[in-house]
Design a protein around this ligand. Sequence first.
Ligand SMILES: [Zn+2]
Ligand SMILES: [Zn+2]
Length: 267
Amino acid sequence: MSAPATSTALQETPCCAHHPGQEAVGTCARCGAFYCEAESIRHGEHTYCESCGGRPEVGHLERLRQELWGKRDGWAWLMLASAPLHLVFTVGMGMDGLWHWSVLGAANTAVVVAWFLGVPLARPALLLLPPLWLVGFTLKGRDLGVLALLAPAMGLALWLYASTRVRLFFRQEVDLERLERLWDARENNPLARHALVCGLAGLVVPVAAPLAMGLGVAGLRRVNLEATPPIGKRQQALAGLVLGGLGLVGWTGFVLWRLSQGLPLLP
Ligand SMILES: [Zn+2]
Ligand SMILES: [Zn+2]
């Protein structure tokens, strides 16, 4: 704190932001400040200054990063599962002499297998597939009705490209803000979110209503704002519980009314 700013500015190597006498060995992955050897804190692939590295949210977010780094998600296994279908299409079209479809099929096969293997190029390559199919269809003189098929595929490809979970599988850099959102979705009381989804579903599908109530109660019991990191989403759990209750009352009333009228349960 006492060192004059001019003396540090003239030096070739930067100084530690917290210890002006010490030479900096890197910059903090959270705040960007220079840190010295003595205060650096490593979490997996990243290094932080002393004050950031000691923050509880950095600890749990880095734990999540390490847990998912290079680890396949459901989409990776789905890609592998689709590979035989792509291969059958490729070979079948080739045997019929439709080589352009065969080449497109081969490109699909290569991308899904590379995706499963975690080859980094597969992530951007997936974005090229729907446009390639569009070109293929257009060259064959199909009308633009195929867009109805290709638009959802393109949407999925874009979503997968942007997904933090997918980035971690491909060992791509992810900042703490993205990690925080992923942590919130995966680890911060997912039962409460399931309760809300089931509560809404329970208004249409009877069996989901009691399930929503059970999940709501379980989600409420998980809430612990004193924990490190704090576990929240009380409102979502409560909403699931209330919607589940309303669904159950509504469906029970419906069944009793049908029975009292001597009507069959299913219209
Ligand atoms: Zn820092
Ligand atoms: Zn220092």
